[in-house]
Design a binder for this molecule. Structure first.
Ligand code: AMP
Ligand code: GLY
Length: 427
């Protein structure tokens, strides 16, 4: 089978690694891919947003199955473009990807179908939003409605700060059109857990749990990033929490989407907060998380191609999804200065150290090939550069292995958090 992955980050590298080891995969392409994905796939220089070029490439190469991994192309209807040409595709159509692309939509859906989440109000004009803030208590949670690279949520400690936030989002348009509407939400506290679920529109199969560390600095300080590291499973996602979510969140959400005429096929990412009153949904995404995929996929026992095709075909009820009884930790190696400003183009040394290691992976996020002194080398090409992943019998071992493995890689400007998976120590 000829398979193509649309995307070019660490998540796509983890997917590509798993797809490439499937006996069902004869040839793998990635658009645009990156220097790491190039080890397992042929990379083609087509933008993830260029649906016509992607579809014509897929037709030219007679590709049998396409995986659309990132949020922007899903929200823009890139999966639809393949499906409408009769090409089997993994990933929701635009009308279902809206569960991530519009916070107002997902909040209304949760309210209508009684899916536990924070109380909220939606505003499409700044005056009304500002007036509403006056009636609320701090902290204030403001969410730009649309996609904002994971940065569209502001938690404000004072009324002043919240008012400035509304101005930034709705008047200054800091996040562009994503700020045409804003959701103001009840502030909740508790542990956060991410549960990614495969869905074929009718059946939903939750994967093993994971947790992301979103802030740039140790001890959860500094700015929000795309994710500085992850661990899986989460010790806080107990059987009791899982049972509650299976009954009140996962199935109910895809049934709700189906009832709305928005069949959801692909990965439904449920961002949960474990509050004192029980689990609550923080957000839905319409795709694998990045870097959650980097710790969840290496623990998957199934052939990922079988599972993804079952999602596309509507036969997920025939899949017995299983994960290894182990743990994984991903430490993101970033460029110092991320997420604000940073330099790139530095040679990355030590990648070859991972070639012969079974329980260690290095998934590329922002890398590319460049000519260094007349030789083709892998250089840094983004804020988040590489995800160093290690498995272990338990989280503590996986964490030690992952941090040991970060020593094997070197580049100028290398920055990482030192407390990924730290919550584990509290167990
Ligand atoms: P989201 O993109 O909606 O997941 O929000 C990003 C982050 O903001 C979450 O991972 C939480 O840490 C925080 N957050 C979002 N909503 C709330 C809320 N209602 N109460 C407290 N924290 C929140
Ligand atoms: N790691 C969070 C996300 O992918 O949205």
């Amino acid at each position: 089978m000829k398979i193509m992955i649309v995307g070019g980050g660490g998540r796509e590298h983890a997917i590509a690694w798993a797809v490439a080891k499937s006996p069902k995969c004869d040839k793998l392409y990635a658009a645009p891919g990156n220097a790491g994905i190039a080890e397992v796939a042929e990379c083609v220089d087509i933008s993830v947003m260029d649906a016509p070029a992607l579809v014509s490439f897929a037709k030219e190469k007679a590709i049998d199955f396409v995986i659309v991994a990132p949020d922007d192309p899903l929200a823009a209807g890139v999966a639809d473009a393949f499906l409408d040409e009769g090409i089997k595709t993994f990933g929701p159509r635009k009308n279902a990807a809206i569960i991530e692309a519009s916070k107002a939509f997902s909040k209304d859906l949760m309210k209508k179908y009684n899916i536990p989440s924070a109380a909220y109000e939606t505003f499409d004009n700044a005056e009304a939003a500002l007036a509403y803030l006056e009636t609320q208590e701090p902290p204030y949670v403001l969410k730009a409605d649309g996609l904002a690279l994971g940065k569209g949520v502001l938690i404000c400690q004072t009324l002043e700060e919240a008012k400035d936030g509304i101005k930034e989002i709705m008047i200054d348009k800091k996040f562009g059109d994503a700020g045409d509407k804003v959701v103001i939400e009840e502030f909740m506290t508790g542990r956060e857990v991410s549960v990614l679920c495969f869905s074929d529109g009718k059946t939903i199969l939750p994967m093993t749990s994971a947790q992301d560390h979103k802030r740039a600095g140790d001890g959860d300080t500094g700015l929000n990033t795309g994710g500085m590291g992850t661990f899986s499973p989460s010790p806080f996602y107990t059987d009791e929490v899982a049972k509650f979510c299976e009954e009140n969140v996962y199935q109910r959400t895809i049934d709700a989407m189906a009832a709305e005429g928005r069949e959801f096929k692909g990965v439904l990412f449920c961002g949960l907060m474990l509050t004192e009153k029980g689990p609550r949904v923080l957000e839905f995404n319409a795709r694998f998380g990045d870097p959650e995929a980097q710790v969840v996929i290496p623990r998957l026992k199934n052939d990922i191609v079988d599972v993804m095709i079952a999602c596309a075909d509507g036969t997920l009820d025939q899949i017995d999804l299983a994960f290894e009884d182990n743990a994984a930790v991903c430490v993101m190696l970033a460029s110092d200065g991320y997420p604000v400003s940073y330099k790139k183009g530095y040679e990355i040394k030590g990648l070859e150290n991972f070639a012969d290691k079974e329980d260690y992976f290095v998934f590329h996020s922002g890398t590319k090939f460049a000519d260094v002194d007349g030789e083709k080398k892998v250089v840094t090409n983004g804020g988040r550069v590489l995800g160093v992943v290690a498995l272990g019998n338990d989280l503590l071992e996986a964490r030690k292995n992952a941090y040991d493995a970060t020593e094997l890689i070197d580049f100028e400007n290398k920055y990482m958090r030192h407390d990924i998976g730290k919550a584990i120590d509290e167990q």
